[in-house]
Design a protein around this ligand. Structure first.
Ligand code: AGP
Length: 612
């Protein structure tokens, strides 16, 4: 979703900003723009990519040490040059970049129009900068005070940075509902939606809290106030992100790199939490909340997209191992359907980015009802990580590809550890079963590594099916969420229609779709409902569907019926998703590459969905 980057310091702002915008590209966007303060406050913006902005800037004055830049993912108004950020105020003395949505923009705009304001775009953002300037002039206050007054009038979410022609030494930023990080370098400062464009300059950052305003003056440093004018002391944190993690490292795409990183990211997510010799699973971040789990009548897991699929695996794990009833909710539905939430509910919120607006809103709702909120996030210091009572980070490292891969397996790893930890404390798992699972968990990274070796085989299958118009993905038990995730990956990056279904549900409807053109990916590992899934495969074959089966190494029965097979190493049923997901990620990746799709930045998609 939209990316903010702003700079003030000693370097050439244009160079720093363009580099930063490129780092933010992974968030997803459809236009880009920049404002520089040199001979005046100059603003350049265009529909398209950052490279289009660079083309536009070829013959322009790129001097100056202060500027703001933006990648826009359209919400209000189509993606065109006019709607791209930054936006000028009426006098063109101020320029703003904004992430989030000003919900009452229509009424504010109407009011401003009546008072003679002329709008150059359809955006809610332009309303905000006009409002700020209007307050500044009519109430004769300085810019900070005008920002405070304006932000108290708007309803909605914002992360903003404002550049003021009359004060080239200063940038003003504010945040509510959308993330904003301030980077503190030596005689230079950065503002960004996330730390990725900052890390190459400084490790010292301040994450702005809700309704905080940051004023950076190159001579006086950083000051933080609230929108209610309370002074705050900046809390400086050290970034742990490495620059290397933000590069492709020789891979053609970030997605492929991230698929291949999974043996390591799963291992990193278990590190220090799984003690095989001692027979202990311990997630330090939730130890103090163990009792809440033990006395919970139920667990509610809230998430969106791929994280929601991980949540489904969590449902199977917690019910199976810890015998706690689980409800899995789409965060967006949860918020608006008046859900019943009890004080002794444990709500687990899962989010890679930690910035998903729907999930954040669901957390706030559950919190207001007194439930205990546990987070599973990948991005350290993210809004969700800060909003929950306690939680465990996945240690997948930055995920740049829009299609989530390593974050999913890391989330499932944490859920497995969590369910095991609670099951052990609750006494719902026998010692031998506990050891069986943890020993197998310990070798999962090696099994994922082995599964990745099937890549050439998967590629050959992708070649055959690259022009298919539809796909069906089927699985049962622990493999049902795997099927859903496989289908989501394919549609996200290759734009082929794909549906995931519980295999047994097929006969209640989707079976009508099956003909000799329809590829059906069946996750048919030799565990749990193996016999049943063989029957489902027979039903498909009887209707001439084409079966691509993910099977357990050496399994002859499915091999004999399926048209194509991909073998994966045998593992414990509860851990199957960690391995079975891998070939499905590879399949979608290769199909998308063969179709010439933009794998890392698929059309219309955003990496962190910061609007509801
Ligand atoms: C996954 O491939 C998607 N891009 C998307 O479904 C994503 O999982 C979803 O938007 C939730 O994001 P989060 O994990 O950052 O909250």
């Amino acid at each position: 979703m939209c990316g903010i980057f702003a700079y003030i310091g000693q370097q050439n702002a244009y160079d720093v900003l363009i580099k930063g915008l490129k780092r933010l590209e992974y968030r997803g966007y459809d236009s880009a723009g920049i404002a520089l303060l040199n001979k005046g406050l100059n603003l350049y913006k265009t529909k398209g990519k950052v490279t289009d902005l660079e083309d536009l800037m070829k013959d322009k004055n790129k001097e100056g040490n202060v500027g703001i830049a933006h990648t826009r993912w359209a919400t209000h108004g189509e993606p065109n040059d006019a709607n791209a950020h930054p936006h000028y105020s009426l006098s063109k003395k101020l320029a703003i970049i904004h992430n989030g949505i000003i919900e009452n923009y229509a009424s504010l705009r109407e009011e401003l129009v009546k008072r003679g304001f002329v709008f150059r775009s359809d955006t809610d953002t332009e309303v905000l900068i006009h409002l700020i300037e209007d307050i500044q002039i009519s109430e004769k206050v300085d810019l900070v005070e005008a920002v405070q007054i304006a932000l108290n009038e708007v309803i909605g979410a914002y992360a903003i940075v404002i550049l003021n022609k009359d004060n080239p030494n200063e940038l003003i930023a504010a945040k509510k509902g959308s993330p904003l990080v301030v980077g503190l370098g030596k005689d230079e400062y950065f503002f960004a939606s996330d730390a990725t464009p900052i890390v190459e300059y400084t490790q010292n950052v301040v994450y702005l809290e809700e309704e905080e305003i940051a004023i950076v003056n190159i001579k006086e440093g950083l000051k933080i106030k609230t929108t209610k004018n309370k002074d705050k002391t900046p809390y400086v944190q050290k970034l742990e992100m490495s620059l290397q993690a933000l590069e492709k490292g020789g891979y053609e795409h970030f997605m492929l790199k991230e698929i291949y990183e999974q043996p390591r990211s799963i291992r990193d997510s278990m590190r220090g939490r799984l003690n095989i010799e001692g027979g202990i699973v311990s997630l330090g971040g939730i130890i103090d909340y163990e009792q809440k789990f033990l006395s919970a009548n139920r667990i509610i897991i809230i998430a969106c997209g791929t994280s929601w699929h991980a949540a489904l695996v969590g449902e199977y794990l917690f019910e199976d191992l810890a015998r706690i009833p689980v409800e899995v909710e789409y965060a967006s539905e949860f918020i608006y359907r008046n859900p019943v939430i009890y004080e002794n509910d444990v709500v687990i919120a899962i989010s890679q980015s930690g910035e998903t607006a729907d999930t954040l809103a669901a957390i706030e709702l559950a919190k207001s009802k007194g439930a205990t909120i546990i987070g599973i996030c990948n991005v350290v210091g993210s809004s969700i990580a800060r909003a929950v009572h306690a939680g465990s980070y996945t240690h997948a490292g930055p995920e740049i590809g829009v299609a989530s891969t390593k974050a999913f397996t890391a989330q499932v790893t944490i859920l497995t550890l969590m369910a095991l930890m609670i099951a052990q404390k609750k006494g719902t798992i026998s010692k031998s079963r506990f050891y069986q699972i943890i020993n197998e968990l310990n070798v999962i990274p090696a099994k994922v590594e082995k599964t990745l070796k099937a890549s050439e085989k998967v590629k050959a299958i992708a070649e055959i099916f690259q022009d298919s118009r539809n796909f069906l993905y089927l699985g049962r038990g622990y493999n049902f969420p795997v099927a859903l995730e496989g289908a989501l990956k394919l549609k996200e990056i290759s734009y082929i229609h794909a549906e995931g279904y519980p295999a047994a549900e097929m006969k209640h409807g989707p079976i009508a779709l099956i003909d000799e053109q329809m590829p059906i990916v069946v996750v048919a590992t030799k565990k749990g409902t193996y016999e049943k899934i063989i029957s489902n495969i027979q039903e498909i074959k009887a209707r001439k569907g084409i079966i691509i089966a993910i099977i357990t190494e050496g399994d002859k029965r499915v091999k004999d019926i399926a048209d194509y097979i991909i073998e994966i190493p045998d593992t414990d049923e509860v851990l199957t998703p960690l391995v079975a997901t891998i070939p499905l990620q590879l399949l979608s990746y290769y199909v998308a590459v063969m179709r010439g799709c933009n794998v890392d930045q698929p059309r219309n998609l955003a990496k962190s969905v910061t609007v509801e």
